[in-house]
Design a protein around this ligand. Structure first.
Ligand code: BGP
Length: 479
């Protein structure tokens, strides 16, 4: 199986999950620094204070990337490292850190892909304005973007605006499992609308300031299947796709919300307030490409009007399955009922494994929006074990092989996918699952309780991915 020439074989990370150095060199606190202090919110109260200390190990990690032959590295910038209070004075030391990272990547012919926002809002903006519930935060975001576009616009070609807006707004404002720990659907849809405006305005600004660059959001996409061919189940799946996917992607790519869902939210008095000016803003900030994060989709049947309980045994912290039994009358409960898919295996965290769903997802997104796509995340979380100095993660190789084969097939179907960033390069902090849920090609010697030696150890999958990159996909096993 061959991939397009110059395909960006990459890996991804996020600042809070790798950097550590949470108050070094002038960095201000983020909402995750504060949220992780609330007992019981994260596994074993783990946090990113040290994480895997990329801040001090970036040279070593980039050397490993170079050894692997990586063509692209997606990382995020911590907003409060650049603007410690979110909007005021620029912290030159913070800028200098990312400058060094970008230079080091480029020295090694690795394309930097810069995410502007991977969930770590400056705490100061949460306190001062109520975070994404206020339009003031849009102005602060634009100020932050301007600083980065000014400083790195001539170096970085690919930019991501928001990582998984669907996940951080839902978990943060609706299910209270991310900061700011709110459980209120009306507030969630309103905050989400504000983020949409910030996204569109940042894209507009980027197009003015960095005309030679490319920018787009990274969306957590999961195709939703009907459980049976009963028309009622099929309708439930159509609705679920509109609710889970189009609600965001239509706004990014078409500048408008899907009608059906907007009507429903209005009936339920939880719709966002959208002004005429807002509509113009959304129309004026369209992305150049879409980043797709793919882990799994879902399966639904028609809602059971008699009983509103959920049949699926949901993992409450699965970011892609919104825990519908917490709030009683939800839009979901009026549209669909989530069920397990009888055809799919699951990971140790109960996430369904569905490589074909990946091909379906890429086809659906491309045919609908006609934008180039890059996979900005895909990977397997597992309890890797270090034995005699080695990690045999054949299961990760199998997972990635199967998923990449489906990406290759989607490309043959005509979908312009220009890169694949595995989640993740090194092991890192899982937001809610601590350090035992490992995703990396490189094992990090640390656990939930201690940073231990932070030694970097190449896993079996490291050599495997190296071979895939070297042969531009030629070594993928098509079964
Ligand atoms: C995505 C996030 C990543 C990463 C990944 C794995 O939603 O964008 O930051 O965390 O999921 O998730 P988890 O750590 O919950 O297994």
């Amino acid at each position: 199986m061959k991939f397009p020439e110059h395909f960006l074989w990459g890996a991804a990370s996020a600042a809070y999950q790798v950097e550590g150095a949470y108050k070094n060199d002038g960095k201000g606190p983020s909402i995750w620094d504060e949220f992780s202090k609330i007992p019981g919110k994260t596994k074993h109260n783990t946090n990113g204070q040290i994480a895997v200390d990329f801040y001090h190990h970036y040279k070593e990690d980039i050397a490993l990337m170079a050894e692997m032959g990586l063509k692209a590295y997606r990382f995020s910038v911590s907003w409060s490292r650049i603007l410690p209070d979110g909007e005021g004075k620029v912290n030159q030391e913070g800028l200098a850190f990312y400058e060094k990272v970008i230079d080091e990547l480029q020295k090694n012919q690795i394309e930097p892909i810069l995410t502007l926002y991977h969930w770590d809002l400056p705490e100061a903006l949460q306190i001062k304005y109520g975070g994404w519930e206020s339009r003031h935060t849009i102005d602060a975001f634009l100020k932050y973007c301007r600083v980065l576009f000014d400083n790195f616009g001539n170096k970085v070609r690919y930019w991501i605006t928001f990582n998984e807006q669907n996940v951080f707004t839902s978990l943060g404002y609706r299910w209270a499992s991310h900061p700011p720990n709110v459980s209120n659907p009306k507030r969630m849809f309103q905050a989400n609308h504000i983020v949409n405006l910030a996204n569109a305005r940042a894209i507009q600004l980027f197009h003015q300031m960095v005309p030679q660059g490319k920018i787009g959001p990274s969306f957590g996409y999961g195709e939703v299947y009907p459980l049976t061919s009963s028309p009622a189940d099929v309708l439930a799946a159509v609705d679920a796709n509109q609710f889970n996917n189009d609600w965001w992607l239509d706004v990014y790519c078409r500048g408008e919300y899907p009608e059906k869902i907007m009507c429903l939210l209005k009936q339920m008095h939880i719709a966002p307030d959208v002004t005429i000016e807002d509509k113009k803003t959304l129309q004026a900030g369209k992305p150049d490409f879409l980043g797709i994060n793919y882990y799994h989709g879902g399966t639904v049947k028609a809602p059971d009007t008699e009983k509103s309980t959920i049949e699926k045994n949901f993992d409450k912290i699965d970011p892609y399955l919104m825990a519908g039994d917490v709030q009683e009358d939800t839009p979901e409960s009026r549209l669909f009922q989530s069920v397990e898919n009888p055809y799919l295996d699951k990971t140790d965290w109960g996430w369904e494994i569905d490589p074909i769903g990946f091909r379906i997802a890429l086809r659906q997104v491309y045919e609908k929006y006609r934008l180039p796509l890059i996979i900005t995340e895909n990977g397997l979380g597992a309890f890797d074990k270090l034995k005699d100095g080695q990690v045999d993660d054949q299961y990760r190789i199998d997972y990635l092989n199967e998923h990449l084969v489906q990406v290759g097939k989607a490309i043959s179907d005509g979908v312009p996918v220009f890169g694949f960033c595995a989640w993740s390069f090194t092991d890192l902090l899982s937001w809610l699952n601590g350090y035992d849920k490992r995703y990396g090609f490189v094992y990090i010697d640390r656990n939930d309780y201690s940073p231990k030696s932070l030694l970097r150890i190449k896993k079996k999958s490291f050599n495997w991915y190296q071979g895939i990159i070297e042969t531009n996909g030629g070594k993928l096993e098509v079964k």
